[in-house]
Design a protein around this ligand. Structure first.
Ligand code: HEC
Ligand code: HEC
Length: 226
């Protein structure tokens, strides 16, 4: 049988269209079963609707595996006023009360899947040492005074009490939650991950980028800090 060229071409386009979207849908059945995709995006590209939860298509770049597995079993509020583009934002309604809770086996499977979602082409290990106390005090001044990060983010003060603004995600457990490599890339260019976010673009020099990353990684709930 002779197939007209046009048909072949259309067929090829259809195949691309189908496999293209299949890429986005190639998530485990668990995502569908738990309806994660109704709130979160698992693939990049233009948002189809107003998003109600943070994007997860770079979860593997962003999160520490251990934290993620635990969060899926015990979700906690990170954005104290809700997700930035969530309609509940100004009403100050945190949403984790609605969040699905996975059992340990589901959490393990989901964590493996989420950790495979990456957008950074390369993210060489940073291996930044912890800041000395003296340096930390200096970076704290950058964080609080020079760049006003604290206006939008909760962080620890010198006596390890949380304080700061709530319009951005809390950084209180960032040292357990986020990968330093991702924090560094985020501070370099947040738009590379969240196109229409509200985090300012700062154009830091290399030294400042590293210092701020070290400072953020110092924030750990379970570590008394020295
Ligand atoms: C009803 C909407 C909804 C559903 C369904 C939902 N989530 Fe969420 N999720 C949220 C919101 C809102 C947040 C932000 C919570 C916060 O920051 O306090 C969140 C946060 C997260 C985070 C942390 C993201 C970050 O950047 O801090 C992960 C990981 C996550 N969800 C995974 C999942 C998985 C996996 C599923 C399916 C099992 C799921 N979520 C289902 C609304 C939802
Ligand atoms: C005007 C408010 C604002 C200021 C000032 C600000 N941020 Fe943010 N930041 C945000 C918002 C909002 C997000 C969440 C992403 C989004 O929706 O754009 C964010 C995200 C982040 C994240 C990623 C956290 C996560 O879990 O997704 C880090 C790390 C961060 N900011 C660090 C900083 C540092 C360091 C500074 C100062 C140099 C700073 N921010 C200044 C609003 C701000």
């Amino acid at each position: 049988m002779k197939i007209p060229k046009l048909c072949l071409l259309t067929g090829a386009f259809l195949l691309i269209a189908v496999t293209g979207s299949a890429g986005a849908l190639a998530s485990p059945a668990l995502v569908k079963e738990k309806q994660c995709h109704t709130c979160h995006r698992f693939a990049s590209g233009p948002a189809e609707k107003e998003q109600s939860a943070p994007d997860l298509f770079f979860a593997g770049d962003k999160f520490q595996k251990k934290w993620l597995e635990n969060f899926l079993q015990h979700p906690e509020t990170i954005r104290l006023t809700g997700h930035t583009r969530d309609p509940g934002f100004l009403k100050g309604t945190p949403h984790t009360g609605l969040h699905p809770v996975l059992n340990p086996e589901e959490a393990r499977q989901m964590t493996d899947y989420l950790m495979s979602l990456k957008t950074l082409k390369e993210s060489p290990p940073l291996n930044l040492p912890a800041l000395s106390k003296g340096k930390r005090v200096r970076v704290k001044i950058l964080f609080e005074r020079d760049y006003s990060c604290i206006a939008c983010h909760q962080s620890y003060n010198l006596t390890r009490q949380p304080r700061g603004g709530v319009s951005g995600p809390s950084l209180i457990d960032a040292g357990n939650r986020l990968r330093p490599e991702w924090v560094y890339q985020w501070l370099k260019n947040p738009k590379a991950f969240v196109e229409q976010g509200r985090m300012p673009l700062y154009h830091f020099d290399e030294e400042t980028l590293k210092r701020l990353t070290q400072y953020i990684m110092f924030h750990k709930k379970d570590d008394p800090g020295k």
